[in-house]
Design a protein. Sequence first.
Length: 155
Amino acid sequence: MKASKNSKIDQIDRRILNELRVDGRMTVTELANRVGLSKTPCQLRLTKLTNSGVIRGFRAIVDFKKLGEGHIAFAEVKLNDTRERALDEFRAGVTKIREVEECHMIAGNFDFLLKVRTSDIDTYREVLGEKISSLPHVASTSSFVAMETIVEGGS
């Protein structure tokens, strides 16, 4: 079931979501204590948030520097064709590139913004030249290298 814009999310649900964003592994009992509910009503709300698609899943926050993948670059991608078929072909191709951590369609001077994670600038250059630039309908790219990460999803 998909969440809609009309999903009934109250302040307690928002507190549940905020607590889980900080620590998605806490027990339902701990979560209930933090949001001021008993365990059963908290579990019911958590189930409702999950079943409605508001909570899409839980994941580990990884320290990519410790894995040797601390280099982050953002690639602006401009397509030579933005009809729906071309967009679909690009979307299908970009999802197959392991190094692309995020892909966003943008309203502006380019079409897509990609967050690309690699081990170093040389590897990024290879991914950009051999994988991203080879995607269907790519006309041009422009890169921005992150010097420091201040806030990142999940942190």
